[in-house]
Design a protein around this ligand. Sequence first.
Ligand SMILES: Nc1ncnc2c1ncn2[C@@H]1O[C@H](COP(=O)(O)OP(=O)(O)OP(=O)(O)O)[C@@H](O)[C@H]1O
Ligand SMILES: [Mg+2]
Length: 456
Amino acid sequence: MSLRTRLVWLTGSWILIILIFFNIFIYYYTFKKTTSEEDRLLWNKAQIILRNPDIHNPRNWSRPDLLQEFGAEDTLIRIIGASGRIRAQLSSNEELSAYPAVYRTGYQSTVVNDFDSRKLFIQVPIISENTGTQIGLLELGKELDFISSVLDILVTGLTITTISIILFSIIAAVFYTRVIIRPLRQLLETMRAIRSSGDFVLLDPKYTSKKDELGRLGQTFNEMILFLQDTDQKQKQFVADASHELRTPLTVIESYASLLKRWGGNDPAVREEAIEAIHSESARLKSLITSLLKLAEVEREELMNCSDVELIPLVKQAAEQMEHAFQRQIELFCPDEEERPIVLCADREKLKQLLIILIDNAFKYSKEPVKIDISRVRHHVQLQIIDRGMGIPKDELPHLFERFYRVDKARGRGTGGTGLGLSIAKQIVTQHRGTIHIDSKIGVGTTVTIGFQQQK
Ligand SMILES: Nc1ncnc2c1ncn2[C@@H]1O[C@H](COP(=O)(O)OP(=O)(O)OP(=O)(O)O)[C@@H](O)[C@H]1O
Ligand SMILES: [Mg+2]
C-alpha cells in the first residue's frame, strides 16, 4: 500500500471512529433528555391520580367513571390488582392496552422499544388508607411518538452529516497527501534518474524553496548532490592532473632513451645529456610519486596520532634539519619556552611535515635568510614563516592550495616542485582545526601565517 493510500485510509478511519462515537453520544443524550421529560410528566400525572381517595379503596375500582377524568390521547391508565388482574383500565391506544399486566411491588419506569415505536410505562403502588399496605398497582403508559420522530430525524441528520464529513475529509486527504507526497515522489524520481544515468541531477527549486521539513529535505538533498558532484569533479581533476604530471617526466625519459637507442650511444655528448636528463626526470618522478603518496596519507584522517606536542622544540628541530640540508640560515623568534611552554594537541609527525613543506618553499623561492616567528595570544598560537624572496602575484594567491598548482610553471619546474606541497600543508592544518593564510608581494617576499588553538 502506498504512503498516500495509507494516509487517506488513516484519516478516513480515524474521522469515522470519532463520528461514530459522537453520534452515539448525541443520540443517547437526546433520547435520555426527551424521555426523562415524558417520564416526569407521567409521574406527576400518577401523583394527581393517587390524590383521589377513591383510588385507595378496591371497591371503587370497578366504577367506570373512576379514571375517566384523567384520560388523554395515546395514554394508558390502569389499576392492577394484587392477583395480577386488570381491575380498571382507560386507554385509547390498542398497542398500549396490549402491554402485559404484571403486578409489582415498588415503583418502576420502563421504556419499551418496538420495531417502529417507543412506549413509556410507569408503575406506582396503591397503598390502602386503612392498613398502609400495597393493595394494587397503578400503571400509566404513553406512546412516545414525538420523541420517536425527533430521534428518526436526528438519525437521518447524523447519517447524512457523517457520510458528508467522511467524503469531504477523504477528498481533503487525497488533496493534502498529494501536496505532501509530491516532493517525496520527486525526490524518489530524481534519485532513480541519478542511479540510471549516473549524472548528478538536482531537485527542482520549487521543492526546495519551502521552509518546512520537506523543503529542508530537498535543500539537504541538493547540498549533498552538489557536494558529491564537487568531490567527483575534484577526483576527476586530480586523476587528470596526476596522469598529466606523471606523463611529462616519463615522456622526457622515453624520448631520451630512444635517442640513446638510435645513435646517442656513440656520441659522448648526447649520451651525457641523455643520462643527465633521464636521471633528473626519474628523480622528479620519484618525488612526484612520494608527494602523491604523502597527500593520500594525510587525507586519511583516521591516521591522525594526536598527543601533546611542545611547539618550540619541534620548530627548532625542523629548522635545524632544514638548515643542514639546504646549507641555509633560519632566524627563529619565539617566546621564552622555559617560562610557559606552548603545547598543542597535534600529530607530531604531520606538524613537522607541515614545517618542512613551508621552510622548503621559503628556501626554494628566496635567497636570503628565512625568518620564523612564533607568538601567543591567549589560547591562540601564531606561527609565521617569512622570506624575502621573489613573492607571488596577487591573483595567484587564491589557487596556491590547489593540487599541482604552481605559480608560472617555468619557475616551478626550475626549482623542481610538484605543486603538491601547499595542498598537503592545508590538509594538515585543517585536520588540526587550524588556519593557514599566505601574504605575498612580488619582489618583497612571502609570509605564511598559521594559527592553532593552544592546549589549555
Ligand atoms: N615562499 C614562497 N615564495 C614564492 N612562491 C611560493 C612560495 N611558496 C609557494 N610558492 C609558489 O606556490 C606554488 C605552490 O607551492 P607548493 O609548495 O604547493 O608546490 P611546489 O613548491 O611547487 O612543489 P612541492 O610539491 O615540491 O612543494 C609554488 O610552485 C610556488 O610558485
Ligand atoms: Mg613547495
